[in-house]
Design a protein. Structure first.
Ligand SMILES: [Zn+2]
Length: 180
């Protein structure tokens, strides 16, 4: 089932998230719904808080041939960040109509559980490292906006108000916290 994506301003995007276990009720359905929601929105990543679930699970989907990645990350923890950085434009399904340069480490080492609850440790680089860091931010209650300078954030404030009010309508279903 495709779920509506919550827009910037929804309190759950800033909440603490809970760890999952094999026994978490509805887990397989949640994963199925998250993939359907992500595919429908043609995004590269989606985290559970974006569909209203305060849980430590996110998806990454990089269709690039050289870097192909389609993976569920459960209870992830970034163990190490590389010491070189890049700046690339980032967007977010919860912040439609906005794309902003964000500086992040080029590589990460992450420990996580896959969809079968097998614990894995892996290194990711480039676009995959960026997507994973963006989604990891979501399960930590952060947004890429938090990584911008305070000046950039001030300049974006008016536009972000419009996002919360539903002025930017993407092609996928959304819920806007300030719509009235
Ligand atoms: Zn996002």
């Amino acid at each position: 089932m495709i779920r509506p994506i919550l827009a910037y301003g929804a309190p759950i995007l800033r909440q603490q998230t809970r760890e999952l276990s094999r026994e978490t009720p509805g887990l397989q359905q949640l994963i199925t719904d998250m993939w359907q929601t992500l595919d429908n929105a043609a995004g590269v990543g989606l985290a559970a808080p974006q569909i209203g679930q305060p849980l430590r699970i996110f998806l990454a989907d990089n269709r690039d041939e050289a870097e192909h990645l389609r993976q569920v990350f459960i209870n992830a923890s970034i163990l190490e960040y590389g010491n070189t950085f890049s700046t690339e434009e980032e967007g977010c399904l919860s912040i439609p109509g906005l794309s902003v340069p964000v500086t992040r480490p080029d590589s990460i080492i992450i420990r996580y559980q896959d969809a079968d609850f097998q614990t894995r440790t892996a290194t990711f680089e480039g676009m995959n490292a960026r997507i994973i860091q963006h989604e990891y931010d979501h399960v930590e209650g952060r947004l890429y906006l938090d990584r911008l300078s305070s000046l950039s954030r001030t300049l974006l404030r008016h536009k972000l108000q419009k996002v919360s009010r539903g002025k930017f309508r993407p092609s996928y279903p959304m819920q806007f916290p300030l719509r009235n």
